[in-house]
Design a protein around this ligand. Structure first.
Ligand code: FMN
Length: 330
């Protein structure tokens, strides 16, 4: 029999904050955990020691369960060993399907959340021991693994596996959560909505674009922002960089307008170049509008900044009300 998500994760509200490299730091993740949800902290791209320090830092802010997000397309083995050594509750694995990684995490005592884009991948992950499947639909912001929309993907994945399925992509309010639960999901994994939380660590220019963008203002591309992470499809807000690229014929990497041009600086002084895969932080300088402003299609539902705890409560209460009212006429 399928276990309940709240038992697997030890949570009160089936709302997970999506890992968002750069944007979802310890403050956001801890706030979601402390609100009764489950936070996922991206620590991929860090050294083993930094992963350990990141776990310690988060534990200062919450004594609730959380997961560490690791990227399977970069070296992850040492990071996974550190998660095991630290005895974190969970590990979230994305951008690849490696049964051996799931098996190692399970053998190390971790709860495994595996991100997938098809029902077939979900079966592979569940057979390897994954405890929770994250079904990420094409509407999602940031790097998008699959090509199937959330509405079609979630029920297909739910039917394919006997473990809880969490829906991701385009869910930004209680209506989206209620719809996902009706499709059979056991919980929701939310990114873009939390970009407008007071705890998200993003630049004001980026945040303001999120608050004003419509559902038609994002663009999926196979390799637009490919510097530092090639061949990894993604969804971001349309901006001067993407518009110029489109206007000049969507040329291939190496032949794009202003390729290699420095458009800004990271807080540590390192350059940010055009077409770089990079989340602009509060202290990033330069032409922030032209950087990769990751966003999902649900962005039109994101109209104000709230604390993460208020976002969790609002989404949960609205979804609960909708699911228990039975007032929708057929
Ligand atoms: C700014 C940003 C950064 C992201 N970084 C990561 C990441 O580091 N790891 C990951 O697994 N997913 C990442 N994603 C994808 C999210 O985990 C999630 O699948 C997506 O945000 C869900 O769709 P939504 O934005 O419509 O809620 C990112 C998304 C955004 C918007």
């Amino acid at each position: 029999m399928k276990m309940h998500l709240w038992e697997v994760l030890g949570i009160e509200k089936p709302i997970l904050s999506a890992p968002m490299a750069g944007a979802a730091g310890p403050d956001l993740v801890a706030a979601v955990c402390n609100a009764g949800g489950y936070g996922v902290i991206p620590l991929w791209g860090k050294s083993k020691e930094q992963v350990g320090a990141g776990i310690d830092e988060l534990r200062e802010l919450t004594d609730r369960n959380f997961a560490v997000n690791l990227n399977l397309s970069f070296p992850y083995e040492d990071q996974l060993e550190m998660c095991i050594a630290k005895g974190v509750h969970g590990v979230s694995l994305f951008w690849g399907m490696e049964p051996s990684a799931i098996e190692r995490a399970k053998a190390g005592g971790l709860t495994v959340l595996s991100s997938v884009g098809t029902a077939e991948e979900a079966r592979t992950a569940a057979n390897a021991g994954a405890d929770v499947i994250v079904a990420q639909g094409w509407e999602a912001g940031g790097h998008v693994w699959g090509k199937v929309s959330t509405f079609a993907l979630v029920p297909a994945v739910v039917d394919a596996v006997d473990v809880p399925v969490v829906a991701a992509g385009g869910i930004a309010d209680g209506r989206g959560m209620a719809a996902a639960m009706m499709l059979g999901a056991s919980g929701v994994w939310i990114g873009t909505r939390f970009l407008a939380s007071s705890e998200a660590t993003i630049h004001d220019v980026y945040r303001n674009r999120i608050l004003q963008a419509s559902e038609a203002d994002t663009q999926w591309a196979h390799n637009l922002y490919d510097v530092a992470w090639p061949d990894a499809p993604h969804r971001a807000l349309t901006n001067s960089t993407s518009q110029d690229w489109i206007d000049k014929g969507c040329s291939a990497p190496g032949k794009r307008p202003n390729e290699g041009e420095q458009i800004g600086q990271r807080p540590n002084g390192d350059p940010v170049v055009r077409y770089q895969s990079y989340t602009p932080l509060p202290e990033t300088s330069g032409d922030v509008e032209a950087m990769s402003l990751w966003s999902g299609q649900g962005v039109s539902l994101v109209r104000e900044i709230k604390s993460a705890v208020d976002i969790v409560d609002e989404i949960y209460q609205t979804a609960k009300g909708l699911l228990s009212s039975g007032q929708t006429a057929l």
